[in-house]
Ligand binder design. Structure first.
Ligand code: B12
Ligand code: SF4
Length: 531
């Protein structure tokens, strides 16, 4: 590709503009409308949509104050930057809110409040005109507390993100409006309605055209995070049964224009980047070709800061891709191995990992030879797992030769096929919602597991940690990784991953100890699957 002609798409470039200053505006009273808004209805009229600077300056609308809030979950160990300082190197900017901020026209003054970084007394802050809250399921409990606080002050609250999408009716009990799905097609409509004190209850964002993703506001939260974050693709065709990504972002792998990604990379000031894509390289040959195009552009434009990503195991199959990734700054790849057994892979629907002739150890070695580290993820508590699974995973991770491993507990997340299955089988035990959502971190048992009590499952996870993260094992892995001649930064990253996975597990143990298995409860939330 002729790199000199790399220009961001017009729509993207139009949004690369300065943002408005600060003016205090008294809060609006809350008025809502029960109609639902779909993307086609959400289109703004010429008069309503002030998206360009020129138009903004002629209309002179008063500046409105918008707070975008990322709720903390106090039991997520990764967020404990103070009790485990290593986590400082493992926290990533909340990209969803940065994108929503990027979609916000300049007549709104945006402040991003990230509870993972600071404690806020919302009553003491200047009063906003509108609050937007995001939440993964595990953040929902706190998200509703925040919403209740702001609504008590008369400030309207809008919630978006994956939890509000799949538990829309639950969320509507705590907030004024819910944006379901991707926000690109409806957010400006929400803001216009918010300004006019005429919020609808539901705005259906659905799946947005990929080229409509604006540049995220990477300038926000500057200096507070070690990793900047960026997204180059959306959607995943694999539809594993424990995951809600396919239901949320669709089964089609959608790629952003390379030029837009390159333009956005220039906006990121953090020294290290996380590509948040569920799979940076995709699963097909044409996906791989596009990935190479992006990597080549990064190299040509000298945008080769260190970065990490997630990918499927086919990352290992293409030497040219691996070479380009290394040259473009790749330090590490996170791969979902999910289960050490074929039955386990079938049970969680990750058939992609069952490819005939796949030698995981050889695949991992091929990646490492390029100085790129491999972190693997496994799930425990699958119906096919039996006692001893913790030791089996520790052994398998050793056999594959990966540089760090993450063991998760099978969790029915709203929107995932597993949720529907476990709900229909009456197996969801942590269902005192919304209080119990905070345990949906994939590190705590929440369901009835076929072959384990909660205590037994936790023992398996602990046993895995004791074996795999014993200090001599960590030392051995570090020496082995050093033989691939990684960069010093990559080596440091792997060391941090090992030590912080280890210490986070010990933080989790204290929570396990204080949380007995509950008596069976039957109440269920209303989960709305996106059509
Ligand atoms: C990067 C990432 C992380 C980063 C978080 C970075 C961050 N602070 O956001 C890290 C590694 C820390 C992380 C941790 C976890 N994660 Co995570 N993560 C992701 C990942 C891969 C990408 C998220 C992302 O940035 N997407 C890009 C942005 C642009 O998309 P978005 O967030 O969806 O935002 C869009 C819309 O949702 C909407 N929107 C979002 N918020 C709002 C708010 C408003 C007001 C509006 C209007 C719209 C709106 O507009 C945006 C633009 O369209 C997703 C998978 C995915 N594809 O989403 C999993 C995912 C979100 N994670 C998941 C999970 C389970 C977790 C953990 C619980 C797992 C764990 N034990 O580590 C923890 C929870 C941490 C916590 N704080 O509670 C699940 C969540 C499922 C669920 N129902 O909750 C996902 C979907 C992965 C999966 N396999 O299912 N994660
Ligand atoms: S777990 Fe990964 S591969 Fe499976 S559906 Fe989710 S995003 Fe796709």
């Amino acid at each position: 590709m002729p790199i000199t002609r790399l220009r961001a798409t017009e729509a993207f470039a139009a949004r690369l503009r300065p943002h408005a200053g600060v003016t205090f505006v008294p809060a609006a009273s809350i008025e809502t409308d029960l109609r639902t808004f779909s993307p086609s209805e959400a289109k703004l009229t010429e008069k309503e949509g002030h998206t360009t600077d020129a138009r903004y300056s002629t209309k002179r609308k008063k500046v409105m104050r918008l707070y975008l809030v990322n709720p903390a979950n106090p039991i997520v160990s990764l967020n404990k930057v103070r009790s485990n300082r290593l986590n400082r190197y493992r926290v990533w900017k909340p990209l969803g809110l940065l994108v929503v901020a990027g979609l916000t026209p300049p007549e709104w003054e945006v402040t991003l409040l990230d509870e993972n970084l600071d404690h806020y007394d919302y009553g003491l802050l200047p009063r906003p005109d509108l609050v937007g809250i995001t939440a993964f399921t595990s953040q929902a409990t706190r998200a509703y507390e925040i919403a209740t606080t702001f609504r008590a002050m008369g400030v309207p609250v809008v919630m978006g993100g994956i939890h509000a999408t799949f538990c829309r009716d639950e969320a509507l009990q705590y907030v004024d409006a819910v944006v379901t799905g991707e926000a690109e097609s409806v957010w400006k409509r929400v803001l216009v309605d918010g300004r006019n004190k005429a919020l609808r209850r539901v705005y259906e964002g659905g799946i947005s055209p990929i080229a409509e993703i604006p540049p995220a506001r990477h300038d926000l939260l500057h200096g507070k995070y070690y990793f900047g974050s960026l997204q180059t693709t959306r959607g995943c065709p694999l539809n594993c049964n424990f995951c809600s990504v396919t239901a949320f972002n669709g089964g089609t792998y959608r790629r952003r224009p390379v030029a837009d990604v390159i333009a956005e990379l220039r906006l990121i000031r953090e020294k290290v980047i996380l590509f948040v894509d569920d799979n940076l390289i995709g699963t097909r040959h044409d996906h791989l070709a596009c990935s190479k195009e992006l990597l080549q552009a990064m190299i040509a434009e000298r945008l080769t800061r260190p970065w990490i990503c997630q990918a499927t195991i086919n990352f290992a199959d293409d030497e040219e891709l691996l070479g380009l990734a290394r040259r473009a700054g790749c330090q590490g790849v996170f791969i979902g191995f999910e289960s050490p057994t074929a039955e386990g892979l079938m049970a969680v629907g990750k058939k992609f990992n069952l490819q005939r002739g796949r030698d995981f150890r050889a695949s991992v070695r091929r990646i490492q030879r390029h100085g790129i580290s491999v972190v693997g993820s496994f799930i425990t508590g699958i119906d096919t797992d039996t006692r001893g699974i913790g030791a089996t995973i520790a052994r398998t991770a050793g056999e594959y030769g990966i540089d760090a491993a993450n063991v998760m507990i099978l969790t029915p997340l709203p929107g995932a096929k597993l949720y529907a299955q476990m709900e229909s089988e009456g197996r969801i035990r942590s269902n005192d919602y919304p209080k119990d959502w905070r345990y949906y971190t994939l590190t705590h048992p929440v369901a009835e597991y076929k072959n384990f009590s909660w205590k037994e499952l936790v023992e398996e996870v602990n046993l895995f940690t004791d074996r795999y993260y014993a200090y001599p094992q960590v030392l051995w892995r570090m020496l082995r990784f050093a033989s691939n001649r990684p960069s010093l930064k990559t080596f440091f990253g792997v060391l941090v991953a090992n030590l912080s996975y280890r210490s986070n597990q010990f933080l989790d143990r204290r929570i396990y100890a204080n949380r007995p298995e509950p008596a069976e409860r039957r109440s269920q939330p209303s989960v709305n699957m996106m059509s």
